[in-house]
Write a protein that binds this ligand. Structure first.
Ligand SMILES: [Fe+2]
Ligand SMILES: [Fe+2]
Length: 255
């Protein structure tokens, strides 16, 4: 696999004008800190960093300092994989194995947890829980269909293009037309899933548990937050790395 560890001991180059995508692709170890700061680095990757910082309700100087601290502590940590340097096939396989598997398992688990919480707390929190159920079911349906489209159509097309460009496969026939069309559709679906997660966060008061919450209620909120964090990383890898690089490779194939 064509991966390389993150380059160490280089200064963090950060500016208000650079896009969030540029920052997170060049410094992927900053992702957990961006997540913690509430800076949208996946669906909102094309926005200037200053705008994303402002949307997260932060002062520029505080965000800059937090990112610099995260960068300097990352220098002493175990190197993580630089997916920007990996092959498209390796990245697509990683997304499927890690994120698609997790999302499917987590949706099933959360469906069951929500059912239990609705049963136990329906009397006191029925209105909020039925709104949560509506949002969750919509997200579940959309994501399940989305994953299937990537697994059956888009990712195999990306891998075929990668095989051809790297000299290990025949010239593929891309059934869905230029790859940009399905990619654009997937990105719209990412935006929508991201918005539903924002709605869920708002509905639950930032996952603040009610005083009478039981362990199952806590597990439900923990699980929803884990789904959200994983989805952010998943969408970042697709929107910021896999999709733009696939379009470049398709152009190379056709040139
Ligand atoms: Fe995906
Ligand atoms: Fe996706």
């Amino acid at each position: 696999m064509n991966e390389s560890p993150i380059e160490k001991n280089r200064p963090l180059e950060i500016s208000p004008e650079q896009t969030v995508r540029e920052l997170v692709v060049n410094y992927p170890v900053l992702r957990p800190q961006l997540e913690k700061l509430g800076i949208d680095y996946c669906c909102g990757g094309l926005r200037p960093l200053s705008e994303a910082v402002q949307s997260a309700g932060l002062e520029w100087s505080a965000a800059e300092q937090a990112l610099e601290q995260a960068w300097s502590s990352a220098q002493s940590e175990v190197p993580s994989v630089d997916w920007n340097a990996a092959s498209l096939t390796a990245l697509a396989d990683h997304i499927l194995e890690k994120h698609h598997t997790f999302t499917k398992e987590q949706l099933l688990r959360l469906d069951e947890l929500l059912r239990k919480v609705q049963r136990a707390h329906g009397e006191k929190h029925g209105e909020m829980l039925s709104q949560l159920r509506q949002l969750f079911d919509g997200l579940d349906d959309e994501l399940s269909e989305h994953l299937l489209k990537e697994e059956r159509i888009l990712f195999p097309a990306i891998k075929d293009i990668d095989a051809f460009v790297s000299g290990t496969g025949a010239r593929p026939v891309v059934h869905c037309g230029i790859i940009e069309n399905p990619i654009r559709q997937m990105m719209l679906e990412h935006d929508h899933a991201g918005n539903v997660l924002v709605d869920i966060r708002r509905l639950t008061g930032n996952y603040g548990l009610p005083d009478d919450a039981c362990q199952t209620f806590a597990a439900l909120y923990d699980g929803l937050q884990a789904l959200e964090a994983d989805l952010h990383e998943h969408i970042h890898l697709e929107n910021n790395i896999l999709f733009p690089k696939s379009m470049v490779q398709e152009a190379t194939m056709n040139s």
